[in-house]
Design a protein around this ligand. Structure first.
Ligand code: C5P
Length: 404
């Protein structure tokens, strides 16, 4: 494959040399395009020798090209664009389409996927304006790799280290492989919801979010554009996934209904709280002498049931955690919630379910026999579930979103 490697002007630019070496080792052709500042960190000659090609540089502005537009030629040559490291300045310009140099001008004309590996000081990375640019790129389907946590050039530790070159190469390889869910939009919910009692207390549950995150990672790995709506969990965002963090069932409902409108499939793996405190105390409830009045609860809307009317065209997958007659409860839920698949597990069994890395489930579907999956890692359950989703979507025909 032909990779255009844009290199930003940060200290991590020295790792671009290693990136070129790895890509060449995997049989890719690489054209390096360092920004003017990047050449202060990594020598152009190093990049030229490692890539075995002339660099794409600002010299394209000089007369002597015989009238050819070098940035257009370079973009036509490019099958995948990788920008590593992407500085805060480059992220902003790439996200806004500001094309003031050869790299950003060429980027705008690249038809293939973009992989962007940000690297900067942790305090810069944390700035909302930087995050907004990253989010904007991500929603356009750009794969953001890293940054990672660790030692920064300043001697401090923080989020801001560029992802390791091996990880960036893996992302480039994945982007080039058209997956069976290419052109599909998949929404996944994960984790618990927290329903506030007062400013510091909440009603919640022990869902770790692992099952939903594994499903999101698997769907992204198959080429889908994945929106992951996550309750409060302590898990890193899988590569290539757009993540929206929410806290309450009401927030999850709003985010899910909006994202589901043009989705091909919605997988509701979240453990949404069925009830919330009827009123939220505006200030912390004092211990006092006597216990406070019993907590009045109100019912939360059932998001999955609402999806039957809000996203009737989408394949809808529900989860059911049961303690009784698994098959009877799951099939009743399939009907009641109008979904296509139900992933049911017996939460009274030990070593599986909520906080565990493993699960044991039976997948019930509208058509076909139930599928029993004995205890195994959640990643493997996700793989089998996505096999079924991929198969069902293929039977339904092309995505209504295709071609947009
Ligand atoms: O009714 P029960 O909570 O057992 O149903 C579980 C399924 O319904 C899960 O897929 C869960 O994400 C979804 N659900 C929902 N909205 C709720 C409660 C559950 O979408 N308020």
């Amino acid at each position: 494959m032909r990779v255009l490697l844009g290199i930003g002007g940060g200290i991590a630019a020295y790792k671009a040399a290693e990136l070129v070496r790895l890509l060449r080792g995997d049989g890719h052709e690489v054209c390096c395009c360092p920004t003017r500042h990047a050449t202060a960190f990594v020598a152009p000659l190093t990049l030229e020798v490692l890539s075995g090609r002339p660099l794409l540089t600002e010299a394209y502005l000089e007369p002597g090209t015989g009238g050819r537009e070098e940035h257009i030629d370079a973009a036509a040559w490019t099958e995948v664009l990788c920008v590593a490291p992407a500085t805060a300045d480059l992220l902003a310009r790439l996200s806004l389409g500001i094309a003031g140099d050869v790299l950003t001008t060429t980027a705008l004309a690249v038809a293939g996927p973009w992989i962007v590996a940000p690297a900067m000081h942790g305090r810069m990375w944390a700035q909302p304006q930087v995050q907004e640019h990253v989010e904007r790129l991500r929603t356009r389907g750009v794969r953001i790799v890293g940054p990672e946590y660790g030692a920064l050039a300043s001697g401090e530790s923080g989020w801001g280290r560029m992802a390791e070159p091996t990880k960036i190469v893996a992302e480039i390889t994945a982007a080039l492989r058209p997956g069976p869910l290419q052109d599909r939009r998949i929404v996944v919910t994960a984790g618990p919801t927290y329903e506030p009692i007062d400013p510091v207390r909440f009603l919640g549950n022990r869902s770790s979010g692992r099952m939903g995150f594994a499903i999101a990672a698997e769907a992204a790995g198959r080429g889908a554009a994945v929106t992951l709506i996550a309750g409060p969990v302590a898990l890193p965002t899988p590569g290539g996934v757009r993540r929206l963090d929410v806290e309450t069932a009401a927030e999850m409902r709003q985010a899910t209904l909006a994202a589901a409108a043009d989705a091909d499939a919605v997988v509701m793996a979240a453990a949404v709280a069925d009830f919330r405190p009827a009123a939220v105390a505006p200030v912390k409830i004092k211990k006092g002498e006597a216990p406070p009045a019993p907590l009045a609860l109100a019912r939360n809307p059932d998001i999955l049931t609402e999806l039957a009317t809000a996203a009737p065209g989408a394949l809808r997958v529900g989860f059911a955690a049961e303690t009784g007659d698994l098959a009877r409860e799951a099939l009743a839920k399939l009907e009641r919630k109008g979904c296509d698949l139900i992933v049911a597990n017996d939460v009274s069994a030990e070593g599986i379910g909520f906080a565990s890395p493993d699960n044991e489930v039976t997948i019930f579907r509208r058509r076909g026999e139930p599928l029993f999956l004995s205890r195994r890692p959640k990643e493997e359950i996700a793989r089998t579930l996505l096999d079924l989703v991929t198969q069902e979507l293929a039977e339904r025909g092309p995505s209504p979103a295709a071609g947009r």
